[in-house]
Each structure stands twice: as structure tokens, then as C-alpha cells.
Write a protein that binds this ligand. Structure first.
Ligand code: GLU
Length: 446
């Protein structure tokens, strides 16, 4: 690491003790910025990097709620408003017991560069709570969301901060959050949240966007090598929103997804994952992947030990959660002949895993590029809300496809220009950084 960057990194460690995921995300971006800061000393002069590492605002609050048996629970919620140089803070809310400030900061930091890469006018932020939605009734989820919004409403707005979903937060939760925001403020302010339902201000393609976008990105990477997804064997970790729509798009483009997973294990289905059944299990019953394998019968099996990366594949799409794909998983993928890895989740590959991929010549797309389709389509939802319009599926999907191709090309161009041709991870960091850094310079020291 360049000496100036190392000093900044030491400061990040000192200021944010115990936040391992945030440190990891910062180190990953810094590892690409050496040539950029050497070429453009004015970024250092204006303290752009140290300002980027310190969130503009961090909100932490208590969320009390009552369960179906009348017991009172207390959760902690966060909203980290990281950087608004390019537009209102934009990023999801995550409900998961692992959530603490370090997770939200890593996600918010990633979001700055991801959102910059889309080319759209959105800043970076993230939020969430250590609330565990698993096994909770609809009523409990609703009361939790209402309680959370009773505090969050004062910090957000269509020109200020626009939350959306992430792990544990989908259309149902966005509905309860939006309802409470509307009730408290007496404003039908559609643009305050994205990921809304289609009949109340949502955008077509938003549900599918992150998974579809990831697969568009892979398609572009393959196309750049004169290949395509047609006939490829693909593994997709996870079985939530991102995974489901990644599987759908892989199948549409002629590939076969032979395995997907959840936190308890993975299902192998050599004939290809039956998407209707998977949607039934995950979206309707909110069930487990073992149930998918049981219902699918003879064609599929459920494996509780080992990891999904043991299944040989041409393309691997980690779409579950951070640090799920370790060095061991990466070595297994390389052994199985994997040529392309694209992150549908945020930071699912550990630094050791990405090192294995670059050593073995595996094409690697980082989440801030490959999974940007979700937030990009959120920005399209904001555009529709601002103009009180609603676009067709075809038109919205075409916009998404163009945005993903734009991100792909921006990564390669930046990688070329700054001395690491073909390196998507490097190119994504550099291109995202330059866009937000230039805006910060223009706006002065704020
Ligand atoms: N949580 C998603 C992400 O990681 C989407 C955020 C949004 O739509 O604002 O990018």
C-alpha cells in the first residue's frame, strides 16, 4: 500500500476499533488506489480519502417492539449516511442478528463506490438492525418495522436519504416501513423508499434487478472473451432474492444452475434448479433449501456438510452474504474448472479467495460492479416517482442492461488507464473512486 494510503488506513483502524468488515472493505479499495493518488496529488491535498472514510452522519437508535405473546424486545438499529457528494444517501436496510456498526459501515462504504459506478445521481448509505426476522409472524414484523420507522422517519426523505431492502428486508417490510412513514408525516412521498410494490409506487424489474444485473455483468465478461453463458454450468450460493433472479436469468441465457444453498447446506440438482419450486419454497412458504430438495424428489439432493463451492462449475455466483467464499472454497472452485466468479452479494469473497482467483486466471467481478443492478433500478424507481410515471418491464429492463454494460466498460477502461488491464476489481475501485472524488473536490471542504 502507498505510504499516504497506509497512514489513512492506520487512522481508519484507530478510529473504528473492532469493525473488521469495515477495515476489510477499506483495505480492498485502498489496494487499488496507489496509482490514482500518485497521478492526482490534488486528491490527497483536499483530504478526499480521509473524508471518504468518515461517514457524514451515523445514527444509532433503540427499537422497542412487542411480540405475539406480549413480551417486549429491544433491538438496535443503524443508519450510516456515508457520502452524499453524488446525490441523496442511497442504500438498503439489513435485518439480521449479525448486524452491528461494523457491518453497516462496510456496506455503506461499498455502496458509495457501487452507486458512483452506476453513473446515476445517488450517494452512499446503509442501515439495518440486529433484529432476527426468522420465525417471526407478519404481525411481529409489522410492529418491528413501525417502531423502527417511528425514529428513522426524521432522518430520511426523497432529497436526503432513500433506504431500500437488503438481507431480511423485502417487499413486505418496505410496505410496513412506507405505511408508517406516510402515517407519521402525512405525505405520500413515494421517493423516500425504494423496493415498493408495483401498485404503490414501485418499479417493474426492481425485484429481479440485482440477480439479473449480476448475470448481465457475467454475460458481458464472457462476451469480452468471445464466449457466452450458453451451455455453462453455474453454481449460485444463497436462495434469497438475489440468488433466485440470478438463477432465472442464467437459465434464460442458456446456462444451467446446478446448485444453490442456504445457511444450513446446499441442494444439488444436476438437471437444473426448478425455479418455480424454489420460488414456491422461498417466496411463498419462506422455507428452507432442504425442503426444496425433499419436494423435488429423486433429481435433487441436499448436502448439509462441506460447501457449495465443492460442486464443479464453469461460473460461480456467490449471492448469500459477506465472507462466505474463503480461500478453501476458491481452491475448490479452481480445481473444479471455474473460469468466472461474480459477486451477487456484498463482499462474499474473502481477500484470500480473490488472491486465489487472480493467481489462477479466474475472471473476478466484485460486488460493487456486479451487483449494482439492484441499486441502479432503485434509482430508476426514484426517477419514476419524481415524474409520477411508471415504465414498462421491457423498457426498465433495457435501461438496466445498458447500465450494467456501462459499468462493465467503465471498469475495463479504468483498469486499462491506471495500469492493471483486465482487472475488474481494480477498475471498479478506481472508476468509482474518481467519480465520487471529483464531485467532492467540486463541492469544497464540507
Ligand atoms: N441492498 C442493495 C445493495 O446492496 C440495494 C440498495 C438499494 O436499492 O438502495 O446495493
Amino acid at each position: 500500500m502507498d505510504i499516504h494510503l497506509q497512514e489513512q488506513y492506520d487512522e481508519v483502524l484507530r478510529r473504528n476499533p473492532g469493525e473488521a468488515e469495515f477495515h476489510q472493505a477499506v483495505a480492498e479499495v485502498f489496494s487499488s488506489l496507489g496509482t490514482v493518488v500518485a497521478k492526482h496529488p490534488h486528491y490527497a491535498d483536499a483530504a478526499v480519502i480521509s473524508r471518504l472514510c468518515e461517514p457524514e452522519r451515523q445514527i444509532i437508535f433503540r427499537v422497542p417492539w412487542t411480540d405475539d405473546n406480549g413480551r417486549i424486545h429491544i433491538n438496535r438499529a443503524f443508519r450510516v449516511e456515508f457520502n452524499s457528494a453524488l446525490g441523496p444517501y442511497k442504500g438498503g436496510l439489513r435485518f439480521h442478528p449479525s448486524v452491528y456498526l461494523g457491518i453497516i459501515k462496510f456496506l455503506g462504504f461499498e455502496q458509495i463506490f457501487k452507486n458512483a459506478l452506476t453513473g446515476l445521481p445517488i450517494g452512499g448509505g446503509k442501515g439495518g438492525s440486529d433484529f432476527d426476522p426468522k420465525g417471526r409472524s407478519d404481525g411481529e414484523i409489522m410492529r418491528f418495522c413501525q417502531s423502527l420507522m417511528t425514529e428513522l422517519y426524521r432522518h430520511i426523505g426523497e432529497y436526503t436519504d432513500v433506504p431500500a431492502g437488503d438481507i431480511g428486508v423485502g417487499g413486505r417490510e418496505i410496505g410496513y416501513l412506507f405505511g408508517q412513514y406516510k402515517r407519521i408525516t402525512n405525505r405520500y412521498e413515494s421517493g423516500v423508499l425504494t423496493g415498493k410494490g408495483l401498485s404503490w409506487g414501485g418499479s417493474r424489474v426492481r425485484t429481479e434487478a440485482t440477480g439479473y444485473g449480476t448475470v448481465y455483468f457475467v454475460d458481458e465478461m464472457l462476451r469480452a472473451r468471445g464466449e457466452s453463458l450458453d451451455g455453462k454450468r453455474v453454481t449460485v450460493s444463497g436462495s434469497g432474492n438475489v440468488a433466485i433472479y440470478a438463477i432465472e436469468k442464467v437459465h434464460e441465457l442458456g446456462g444451467t444452475v446446478v446448485a444453490c444453498s442456504d445457511s444450513a447446506g446446499y441442494a444439488v440438482d444436476e438437471k437444473g434448479i426448478d425455479l418455480n419450486l424454489l420460488k414456491q419454497v422461498k417466496e411463498v412458504r419462506r422455507g428452507r433449501i432442504s425442503e426444496y430438495a425433499d419436494l423435488r424428489g429423486g433429481d435433487a439432493s441436499f448436502v448439509a456438510d462441506g460447501t457449495i463451492w465443492d460442486v464443479p462449475a464453469d461460473v460461480a455466483l456467490p449471492c448469500a452474504t459477506q465472507n462466505e467464499l474463503t480461500e478453501e472454497g476458491a481452491l475448490a472452485l479452481v480445481k473444479g474448472g471455474c473460469q468466472v466468479v461474480a459477486e451477487g452479494a456484498n463482499m462474499p469473497c474473502t481477500p484470500e479467495a480473490t488472491k486465489v482467483f487472480s493467481g489462477a486466471g479466474v475472471l473476478f467481478a466484485p460486488g460493487k460492479a456486479a451487483n449494482a443492478g439492484g441499486v441502479a433500478t432503485s434509482a430508476l424507481e426514484m426517477q419514476q416517482n419524481a415524474s409520477r410515471d411508471s415504465w414498462s418491464f421491457e423498457y426498465t429492463e433495457e435501461r438496466l442492461g445498458n447500465i450494467m454494460r456501462g459499468i462493465h466498460d467503465r471498469c475495463l477502461e479504468a483498469a486499462d488507464e491506471y495500469g492493471s488491464p483486465g482487472d475488474y476489481q481494480f477498475g471498479a475501485n478506481v472508476a468509482g473512486f474518481i467519480r465520487v472524488a471529483d464531485a467532492m473536490l467540486a463541492l469544497g471542504v464540507i
